[in-house]
Write a protein that binds this ligand. Structure first.
Ligand code: UGA
Length: 462
């Protein structure tokens, strides 16, 4: 994949710009690397000096397929560097991306302090004619506040600064591909000059077929939240159907197949399981709900989506309890700890929420994840960690598949059967092939599908 990502972007004609990116988290770093890959000269800026030092050595602070190769290549080619000095990053930038975090406040609202600080840094250091691009996920109205800060603090540049909203649609695990080969690029702006500048900035990507959708600023900001909330709704919808399937002896995988074959519904985001996690859907959904209430519309669907997502974990705990009877001192092995495969991100990971619920009920919980083990342990110190899936399942009374990493498909289930104390597999992502599990002598408890007893079971007890 890296090879394809690294195709000769720089040979595509481009009006090279000096690009600055404020914030080098997931969105910021991918923005830095993709802008450098298409030929711009990029400076990433972050207040975290230790992170900046690593980035300048070509070390990514997180696991994301393809990012480190492109990071190193762009640094070697002199098109990408990092600094913690805002003056150095912003002083000669033609385009400035704001990619800082917008975590949730206690009441669920997006905390925009870092966005405000970024706007104040821009106001202090920017030159005339710069385009300021709000990329962080923010409530509708935020870019207007950014513009207000800029114009308030730099009366001298007020007529020349352009502010646009350019929300991202990157998915962790495929973020490099999503950035370089996006379905669409969304730009909210209030002048044709701003749209023209954004088309130049993204020139090579647009030339390869991506569509750039133009809207006004508030529409772009709201559309980003609308997309994430809709995707979360699809997941909760299928998880609600999964509950019904369990009660009606039906199969949610087949229901999803039927639904997905209708082009008006589409097949994506209809995988039932432990529900959605990560640093986007849970917080964005609540922030969207708060925004909606603030604007004067109580949008009841949004709270139902969050409630059904919580219920997906409750249902899995119930399933494990049903399979084990009592949880005290039972050893539960969690396969996968990241909130989704191909990332080491454990923020709001359903696997960790489940682990903590099981620990509260007195179980001994051991986890394995190919990338996320260290962060998972830091987040939940009582979780035991193994660095090999077979060590994790050894003596387990129950195995729970929490994250559908591809490597779990090739687990030797006969060997697993020999290692476990009880032959119980709960599939929180419907990722195992049921026959493979049951013919290895393991009882299979999927999500929203009928439970399947083990074939040729020798003994339920060790
Ligand atoms: C999500 C959106 O997909 C991106 O378009 C968006 O840019 C990003 O949030 C963001 O706002 O920054 P991401 O959080 O990386 O991307 O991950 P997704 O692939 O959307 O998965 C989110 C969660 O939903 C994961 O926990 C995943 O396991 C779960 N999921 C996904 C399901 O439970 N079922 C599904 O069918 C699909």
């Amino acid at each position: 994949m890296t090879q394809r990502l690294m195709e000769a972007w720089v040979e595509t004609p481009l009006e090279q710009m000096n690009v600055a990116v404020i914030g080098t988290g997931h969105v910021g770093l991918i923005t830095c690397v993709s802008m450098a890959a298409i030929g711009h000269s990029v400076r990433g800026m972050d207040i975290d000096e230790a992170k900046i030092a690593k980035l300048n050595l070509g070390i990514s602070p997180f696991h994301e397929p393809g990012v480190e190769d492109l990071l190193r290549k762009s640094i070697e080619q002199g098109r990408l560097s990092f600094t913690s000095d805002p003056g150095e990053a912003l002083g000669d930038a033609d385009a400035i991306f704001i990619c800082v975090g917008t975590p949730a406040r206690a009441n669920g609202e997006a905390n925009l302090i870092a966005v405000e600080q970024a706007a104040r840094d821009v106001a202090r250091y920017t030159k005339s004619g710069t385009i300021v691009i709000e990329k962080s996920t923010v409530p509708a109205g935020t870019a207007r506040r950014v513009e207000w800060v800029l114009k308030h603090e730099r009366v001298d540049l007020a007529a020349e600064l352009l502010v646009v909203s350019n929300p991202e649609f990157l998915r962790e695990g495929s973020a490099m591909r999503d950035a370089l080969y996006p379905d669409r690029i969304l730009v909210g702006a209030e002048s044709s000059q701003a749209f023209t500048r954004m088309r130049r900035l993204y020139g090579p990507i647009l030339e390869r077929g991506a569509e750039l959708i133009e809207t006004d600023i508030a529409t772009a900001e709201l559309a980003k939240h609308a997309c994430n909330a809709f995707l979360a709704m699809k997941i909760s919808y299928i998880n609600g159907i999964a509950r019904l399937c369990e009660l009606a002896d039906a199969d949610v995988v087949d229901v999803a197949r039927v639904m997905g074959s209708d082009p008006r519904i589409g097949p994506h985001f209809l995988s039932a399981g432990l529900g959605y996690g990560g640093f986007c859907f849970p917080k964005d959904l609540i922030a969207f709900e708060r925004l909606s209430v603030q604007l004067g519309y109580d949008f009841p669907l949004l709270s139902a989506v969050a409630r059904i997502n919580d219920d997906a974990i409750d249902n899995t705990v119930r399933k494990i309890r049903d399979a084990l009877w009592n949880l005290e001192d039972k050893r539960v092995a969690l396969l996968g700890l990241a909130f989704k495969p191909d990332t080491d991100d454990v923020r709001f990971s359903p696997a960790l929420t489940l682990a903590s619920r099981l620990l509260d009920e007195g179980a001994v919980v051991v986890g394995y994840d190919p990338q996320a083990a260290t962060d998972a342990k830091a987040e939940l110190p009582d979780l035991l960690i193994e660095h090999d899936p077979y060590d994790a399942v050894r003596d387990a009374h129950c195995i729970v598949l929490c994250t559908e990493w591809a490597e779990f498909q090739s687990l030797d289930l006969d060997r697993v059967r020999e290692l476990v104390a009880y032959p119980v597999v709960v599939d929180g992502r419907n990722a195992f092939e049921p026959d493979r599990v049951t013919s290895a002598g393991l009882h299979y408890y999927p999500t929203g599908r009928p439970d399947m007893p083990a074939h040729a079971l020798e003994s339920v007890h060790a």
